[in-house]
Ligand binder design. Structure first.
Ligand SMILES: [Zn+2]
Length: 455
């Protein structure tokens, strides 16, 4: 563990120069002091930013990245991709889950994420029965996060129905869960991770089609008063049409009418919104969990970001299917999809807001991601977990960039994540772009996925 001196750093109140970052023994920041003289013997770096919390991931889907791109019929849709994903979910073992997640988390660290909310609905053994240790697969994720040095907000997720009260299909039997099962998994995971600096537990509701709204109160009780509650919502137009057919309301409208949605909640995707839903979601204080790379890959649609942020709506980023890991690319696609849609530039900011697009999007995603991951303190400040990214400003084409110009360059002018070193809970996990255990974790990942890829 060692202190650090940054020539510039992004603190909660903006950019500062000559920042001394002092670590406490418990893996938090003891002190962050701008405008200081470089202490003797302390490592000096050019530029430090808070890492991005990743608010939505399905770790196992990393094992099919790039394999869902073959057109199976002229009307290929989300639902054909989902079939391939179900095949993978059906086959994966706890050992494979561990190996896939551990390397995925190492990859996330290298990209500049140090916290991930894992929306975890794969609970049961292959025959659909609960494991003897009901939290078996949840604990694989928790152990993988510890092994890689990744912060984890584990969200054991309720999945009861295939479609609006219809029983689960055979391909979904490993997801089958009741609030009682989720409570057991939450309790077991909390007990196993109570001393962890990295792991915390919330809950997930898979979607309106897969859970009954009368279980929400039970799930909120299981979660406890301050932990996050996530739900997939309004990702696909088919889902919107089904919801209207089943309830007479659109998904976000229906949820906001029947559940006490507030700042604890993260509505993942929320892609298809009317203007009234956009305003109501913004007003709720919940986070819109945007996953621009996955949403583009699956052909979901475009979130109405400009309207939403103009109503003070909060959002964060998720890597979701994990087809590609880069918060920088997520922000690039988020902003570019808006520009293409509106035929304007610099669209992702509130209507009256001027200044750097990248700077604003990065800061808002930090705040929204931290809220959705249940991290009340995040960023370079005393008391927060000591997580930071040292950016590789030497890799930028233009020299001597300062402040938000760094974030604009990182997001818009280069493809590789500009991340040189990464620390989580006071320990270096990535140095010179390399995760400390990359070779072994990569080998284990490749060994684990090989049998999953064979027919
Ligand atoms: Zn998802």
């Amino acid at each position: 563990m060692s202190d650090l001196f940054a020539r510039q750093a992004l603190l909660p109140d903006g950019w500062h120069q000559n920042v001394t970052i002092t670590l406490a023994k418990d893996g938090t920041f003891a002190k962050v002091t701008p405008n200081s003289a470089a202490p003797a013997g302390v490592e000096q770096v050019a530029c430090v930013v808070p890492p991005m919390p990743n608010l939505h991931s399905h770790a196992f889907q990393r094992a099919m990245s790039g394999l869902g791109e073959k057109r199976a019929n002229p009307d290929d849709t989300f639902w054909t991709w989902r079939k391939l994903m179900y095949q993978l979910a059906h086959r994966i073992t706890p050992e494979q889950m561990h190996a896939i997640s551990a390397y995925l988390y190492a990859e996330m660290l290298c990209a500049g994420y140090t916290q991930v909310a894992e929306f975890h609905y794969l609970h049961n053994a292959h025959d659909g029965a609960a494991y003897a240790q009901k939290a078996t697969l949840s604990l694989c994720l928790a152990n993988a996060a510890e092994e890689a040095g990744m912060g984890l907000t584990l969200l054991p997720t309720l999945y009861t129905y295939a479609l609006w009260q219809k029983p689960l299909q055979d391909a979904q039997k490993r997801f089958a869960s009741t609030p009682e099962l989720i409570a057991d998994i939450v309790t077991a995971t909390q007990a196993a991770t109570q001393d962890s600096k990295l792991v915390r537990v919330g809950v997930g509701l898979h979607s309106l089609r897969a859970v009954a709204l009368d279980t929400v109160a039970d799930m909120l009780r299981i979660a406890g008063p301050h932990t996050p509650v996530h739900i997939h919502i309004a990702e696909q137009m088919q889902e919107v049409r089904d919801c209207i057919a089943a309830t007479g309301q659109r998904p976000v409208e229906h949820l906001l009418t029947h559940a006490p949605v507030d700042a604890r909640w993260c509505l993942v995707h929320a892609t298809h919104l009317t203007e009234a839903e956009t305003q109501a979601l913004a007003k709720s204080g919940a986070i819109a969990g945007l996953c621009p790379i996955t949403e583009a890959n699956l052909g979901d649609g475009i979130f109405p970001l400009a309207d939403y942020v103009s109503h003070n709506g909060r959002f964060g980023l998720g890597s979701d299917s994990n087809i590609l890991l880069s918060p920088w690319e997520e922000l690039r696609i988020l902003e570019y999809s808006q520009r293409l849609h509106h035929q304007k530039r610099c669209v992702g900011l509130p209507s009256k807001h001027l200044g750097s697009t990248g700077g604003w999007l990065y800061r808002e995603s930090l705040k929204g991601g931290a809220q959705a991951c249940g991290l009340p303190e995040w960023g370079l400040q005393a008391g927060a977990r000591a997580d930071l990214c040292v950016l590789d400003t030497e890799a930028f084409l233009l020299p001597d960039l300062m402040g938000d110009d760094v974030l604009d360059a990182a997001i818009f002018s280069q493809t590789a994540p500009p991340v040189l070193h990464v620390m989580s809970a006071g320990q270096w996990r990535v140095r010179d772009r390399q995760h400390h255990n990359a070779t072994a974790l990569r080998q284990a990942f490749r060994q684990a996925v090989r049998p999953l890829l064979s027919n």
